[in-house]
Design a protein around this ligand. Structure first.
Ligand SMILES: [Zn+2]
Length: 409
């Protein structure tokens, strides 16, 4: 038995998303409706009722891991997601290239969404180090646009420290402060490294050229989401299955990698509404044919459109997902495959950020109890056979393929 778990980020909506209802209600989704008819649907609180999930904590919960037990912060997932090799001596951060003006104030947290030459800036930061703690190792890696990750490796480090990214403009970079002895040491190192990076980047020819061209220089690094490597069992230890992840966003790749999934890059996968998601579906089936038990596929466009308050883009992306499911339907071997589909949280168009409300969920495949619902949206799913449950989408799906260990005798 094989499993494909598909998550459309921020899929859930509210009745006021459009004049005709939620984006999922308005979108034409003949295949999702057909799959709802053949399977079972319901609603899912990504973590539990009344908790507004981050995407990282929501995904942990969907994979069956208690985020209150295992979540240390986003930094470790961002760093793992862009390919940094991490161990339990690392404290990792998500970083932004940012622009600082002549008064040392932050004027842009994304350095004008710098789109080229980040590799040269990364090279210039290869020798970042701590004068105070010379044995500590510092690594910086950029990913897309202004994004990147920083990792501090050494003994007696902590991750309970304040960010140097204030999420505010027209103020200087704040000093990080630790809340215990180990985290104080880590904050000291972070402050030292932030100053060093500031000096190196200010003088860098790439930035001098950007200024000449009227662009914002990437002359500082802001860090947030400090996180030690979590002590978390792998998906193989937990369920006895092997798994691959197909996603474009570093955070999702990172969560999946930290629990032991293999990352499979896909051409044309961008993590935006333009992403080639049919290619993702094709790669998912290739992974199952290659012998993997589970493929986790992540689509990000729904959340991007929701954060941008763009109902039209969200509807169009949901229709694109529906077409991708049509390809799945034609090509999956339904005698031995379970497909589950849900959002990782609700992101309403007007509010433009994650809320605590439950998301619609769908499971199709052998042994799945049928219900009478033949439409897939926030309303129809209320009447589904899966009722309302909390997180745990993966183990709920794996039950149908007899893959769960028994609790008790
Ligand atoms: Zn999300």
């Amino acid at each position: 038995m094989k499993t494909i778990m598909v998550i459309a980020d921020g899929l859930g909506g509210r009745p006021g998303d459009t004049e005709q209802g939620t984006c999922l209600e308005v979108a034409r989704t003949p295949t999702l409706d057909k799959l709802a008819e053949r399977g079972s649907v319901g609603l899912m609180n990504p973590i539990k009722p009344g908790i507004r999930p981050g995407s990282d904590t929501a995904h942990l919960s969907l994979f069956g891991y208690d985020p209150y037990k295992y979540y240390t912060g986003r930094g470790v997932f961002e760093a793992a997601g862009i390919g940094m090799e991490l161990s339990d001596s690392d404290v990792s951060f998500r970083t932004n290239f940012a622009t600082i003006d002549t008064n040392e104030n932050i004027v842009d947290r994304r350095a004008g969404r710098i789109a080229s030459h980040q590799g040269e800036l990364e090279d210039a930061l290869a020798d970042l180090h701590s004068e105070k703690y010379p044995k500590v190792k510092i690594r910086f890696k950029h990913s897309t646009e202004h994004r990147g990750a920083l990792s501090i490796s050494g003994k007696e480090l902590g991750d309970d420290l304040s960010p140097t990214d204030p999420h505010e403009l027209e103020i200087p970079i704040p000093e990080s402060r630790g809340r215990d002895k180990e985290s104080e040491k880590t904050a000291d190192i972070l402050n030292e490294v932030t100053k060093q990076a500031r000096e190196i980047l200010e003088e860098h020819p790439v930035n001098q050229k950007r200024v000449e061209e009227g662009k914002l220089p990437a002359n500082a690094i802001l860090s947030r989401g400090a996180a030690k490597y979590p002590d978390i069992p792998s998906i193989e230890e937990t369920y006895g299955i092997t798994a691959s992840v197909i996603a474009a966003g570093a955070l999702y790749i990172g969560v999946a990698k930290v629990i032991g999934m293999e990352y499979i890059p896909v051409e044309g996968a961008t993590g935006t509404v333009e992403s080639n998601i049919i290619n993702k579906a094709k790669t998912a089936l290739e992974e199952l044919n290659r012998g993997k038990d589970l493929v986790f596929v992540h689509f990000k466009g729904t959340d991007n459109a929701s954060h941008d308050h763009n109902a039209k883009a969200k509807i169009e992306f949901i229709e694109k997902i529906d077409q991708t499911f049509a390809w799945f339907d034609d090509n999956i071997d339904w005698s031995e495959t379970h497909l589950s589909f849900a959002g990782d949280h609700t992101t309403p168009i007007q509010y433009g950020d994650h809320v605590a409300e439950p998301v619609p969920v769908l499971i199709v495949g052998p042994n799945v109890k049928l219900d009478t619902v033949n439409e897939f949206n926030e309303y129809s799913c209320v009447k589904g056979g899966l009722k309302v449950f909390n997180g745990q989408l993966l183990p709920v799906t794996l039950s149908y393929s007899n893959k769960l260990k028994k609790f008790g005798a």
